[in-house]
Ligand binder design. Sequence first.
Ligand SMILES: *Cc1c(COP(=O)(O)O)cnc(C)c1O
Length: 383
Amino acid sequence: MSTRELTSGSEILDRLGVRPIINAGGPNTKHSGSKPRQEAMDAMSAMSEVFVNIDELLLAAGKEIASLVGAEAATVTSGASGGLVVQAAAAVSKDDPAIIERLPDTSGIPNELVIQKPQRFVYDHLYLTPGTKFVEAGDASGCTPDQLKSAISPNTAGVIHLESPFRNRGTVQLPQAAEIAHAHGLPLLADGASMLPPRDNLRKYVSEGADLVSFSGGKAVRGPQSTGFLIGKPEWVEYARLVNAPNATIARAQKVSKEEIAGLLAALRAFVDENEESETESYRRDMEMVLDRIVEIPGIDASIQHNYDHYIPHVVVKLTDSWRGPDGLELARRLMLGEQRVYVVSGYIGDREIWVDPLNIQPGELEIVAARLHEELVKAAGE
Ligand SMILES: *Cc1c(COP(=O)(O)O)cnc(C)c1O
């Protein structure tokens, strides 16, 4: 056997001239997602030693995911985003081979997806990949059941529902949206990618009536960054599988390797086995440590938040009316400068807030995060 010299991650970055970051901003794709569990890395390496028929592997992996999460059926996708493409395609093609083959050509067949206007979101154009179109229901301030119903026509293929922080206030909630879709013979296609933990959500949306729910394998599940999975009703999971890679379809570019499939299964098994209460407690203790360092700084309102909008305990720093320093975007930019670059959540929550998300903070980094935050806030408070 040849001996290999293992190269560390920082050596690889050094050679490329790219500087690492401390990730206190959660599983954002542009900042590397999350740290894959050791179980996932081991499974990927082990899987690289064998060959298999990918269709057979995907069917078996889907069964295993379903049994792990206590659902009827599931299948693997390329990220939660890949799941959105496949959901939309499945709504149009179902199990019709001729339609599966001709997508994104949807001429002459129902190709509209109804979406509640306040639920429009940054990734929603993925739903348009298979030649589909949106019909918006309601307006920016909300959507009523009647508005949702009246957006449905003979040309509708499905109804979309987003479960995500800050996105479904004033909208028709999932159980009722599913009822409306089903009354018209349509599937309810849900995106739950940002809603894990709590682990209960793995089952919740399907039990509330969703036909397909898209989740990410590369966020808190901590599988390979490129993976995701759909959970749902058996017939709809099968339609999704038929139109997904490795078949020569609209989703062929979304292939997931056998190594990634094995990594996802291992990560998901570890994720569902974890004790959520002690995990939450540990995140909360970490966030209390950060909070203690900054809570006295004048002009800010800092607290720990763990609720629908914050999937695990976060430190939320709000800039109050008495704050005279720069806005949240500028604070986040400054935290990314210097010797130790710290990435925090900013931007999509407006320019008066920054958040610290503990998911990706590695042992030894918490102190640095607290110190850098303290340093930049104190400096900015004096400006
Ligand atoms: C993260 C996210 C996605 C994309 O998930 P990937 O696994 O990164 O593709 C889609 N929708 C929502 C609501 C998300 O939060």
